[in-house]
Design a protein around this ligand. Structure first.
Ligand code: NAD
Ligand code: UDP
Length: 329
């Protein structure tokens, strides 16, 4: 029987990087957490500390199929997030975003749950305005290698807003910018995990292009705090809201910082820039500030030190990266 006063929260993609941190935070906040995952990129290891908790439940399920459960809130995070993973099976990536959104919105409608969508800065594509504000409609190549993810996430946003307008659903849409921290998948090819593992192994740092492209990196704890904050905003607030740390850094500077912080002997090696790689990315977070009263608290160096520590502890199990399968430009 459900315990009185405990909110029942469904997290799809709960065994992934962001999802596992969110599961932990919500358990700490006395919620009952139902974690749904098909383990495409997630792992039981990420949530192993929760498996014995009586308020935590794990279901192996693919969100492209309907799900029938009773919950009060849904965080829809299921979707591979790194370019290497989402380009591995692009058709399944689009299905996960679109069919997954339809199934979770259908569930939210049936049980009258509030629902959060983990959207992405990729909806802005290779942006022509800087920094990116929520009213910028983006510059996405609909037929390129990133389109399965970008367009899938854009369509999911469309579905969320149509369910809101047509069925009066309580929705929250968050556009997440690059986030990093412990439990990133070691072989997913994302820049922070790649550079840290290379630096710890004193292997060459694979810098794509000249490294002048920029990103703005948010530490996972800050991001999860914002996700919960967005879910708790007043009913009339739907987003979309940018979620990220606005401190912008070039990828070259990131490589140099990681080499220094990891006390590494790695040298930088240039590789071709992948096609459609966004040149600049930085969120305007004034909406998150005004609606949630949120500000990122973790500096890049503090967050990198924690993340380097996490990967250093796992060095025995994390070996050289496989060849990056991402399409090179
Ligand atoms: P992740 O790959 O670690 O987690 C995704 C999780 O979803 C995994 O556990 C995976 O097994 C699961 N999953 C994938 N397809 C599924 C399916 N069909 N059914 C059920 N489960 C499925 O990625 P992450 O970094 O934790 O990202 C979580 C969410 O946040 C994603 O929706 C992603 O698009 C979004 N996001 C993340 C970032 C970031 O920098 N980490 C940036 C923007 C958006
Ligand atoms: N990148 C790099 N070397 C790597 C991995 C990534 O130079 O080993 C660059 C990549 O080209 C991009 C940035 O780092 O400009 C961020 O890449 P990531 O895949 O982490 O995320 P994206 O923001 O592109 O989705």
């Amino acid at each position: 029987m459900q315990e009185l006063n405990r909110k029942r929260v469904l997290i799809t993609g709960g065994a992934g990087f962001l999802g596992s941190h969110l599961c932990e935070q919500l358990i700490e906040k006395q919620c009952e957490v139902l974690c749904v995952d098909n383990f495409f990129t997630g792992a039981k290891d990420n949530i192993k500390r929760l498996l014995e908790n009586p308020y935590f439940e794990l279901i192996r399920h693919d969100v492209t199929f309907p799900l029938y459960v009773e919950v009060d809130e849904i965080y829809n995070l299921a979707c591979p997030a790194s370019p290497v993973h989402y380009q591995f099976d692009p058709v399944q990536t689009t299905k996960t975003s679109v069919h997954g959104a339809i199934n979770m919105l259908g569930l939210a409608k049936r049980v009258k749950a509030k629902i959060f969508q983990a959207s992405t800065s990729e909806v802005y594509g290779d942006p022509t305005v800087h920094p990116q504000k929520e009213d910028y409609c983006g510059n996405v190549n609909p037929t390129g290698h990133r389109a399965c993810y970008d367009e899938g996430k854009r369509c999911a946003e469309t579905l969320f807003f149509d369910y809101y307008r047509q069925h009066g659903l309580r929705i929250k849409v968050g556009r997440i910018f690059n986030t990093y921290g412990p439990r990133m998948h070691p072989n997913d090819g994302r820049v922070v995990s790649n550079f840290i593992i290379q630096a710890l192994n004193n292997q060459p740092i694979t810098l794509y292009g000249d490294g002048s492209q920029t990103r703005s990196f948010c530490y996972v704890d800050d991001l999860v705090e914002l996700m919960i904050g967005v879910m708790g905003t007043e009913e009339t607030f739907t987003g979309p809201v940018n979620m990220g740390n606005p401190t912008e850094i070039s990828v070259k500077e990131l490589a140099e910082t990681i080499v220094e912080l990891a006390n590494s002997r790695s040298a930088i090696e240039h590789r071709p820039l992948p096609k459609d790689d966004p040149k600049r990315r930085k969120p305007d977070i004034s909406l998150a500030r005004s609606q949630v009263g949120w500000n990122p608290r973790t500096s890049l160096s503090d967050g990198l030190i924690k993340t380097i520590g996490y990967f250093a502890d796992r060095l025995g199990t994390v070996t050289a990266l496989p060849l990056r399968s991402r399409t090179q430009g």
